[in-house]
Design a protein around this ligand. Sequence first.
Ligand code: 5GP
Length: 182
Amino acid sequence: MRDPNIGEILIQADELQARIADLGVEISRDYEGREILIVCVLKGAVLFVADLMRQLTVPCEVDFMAVSSYGSATRSSGVVRILKDLDGSIEGKNVLIVEDIIDSGLTLQYLMRNLRSRGPASIEVCSLLTKPSRREVEVPIRYTGFELPDRYAVGYGLDLAQRYRNLPYVAALTDAAIAAAS
Ligand code: 5GP
């Protein structure tokens, strides 16, 4: 029986994999002759980055960063704290930030400012999901998987109170689950 908090499936597992394969081709073509340093933003982007990396044909390394945004369970405030920094330097490297979802854009805005100050050769963003209707600040997203409506999503890395990251698809929460979490 499906968890009662999980509502409509927004993106099926096979749709995710097909789009990620396309993104892999596009990114590999754009970075031909260069090396990529992937900056994976924990924890939500873990499943995405693991699948995306397997589709890249250019050399790449991966490093991890964890940030927390103060706010309620379903809204970010834009005040960001680094919980785990990168292990290595990004100076002179071609950085590709891999994100799970861009909502207000506040977290990414902070992250880009922070990483730019470290002197990378280039910096681009690849986000599996985006909710354009919720944007509060403009952020340049070079590669996007899917646009979502204004619904709180879980699954394929995305959580509600640390649960549901292991679902192979992206689903909306039921209204009751959102009300209980806010
Ligand atoms: P932003 O700063 O763009 O508003 O929010 C970015 C972060 O908020 C994402 O990396 C993610 O952790 C969280 N977030 C935003 N929207 C959703 C959503 O629909 N579901 C989940 N699980 N997290 C979200």
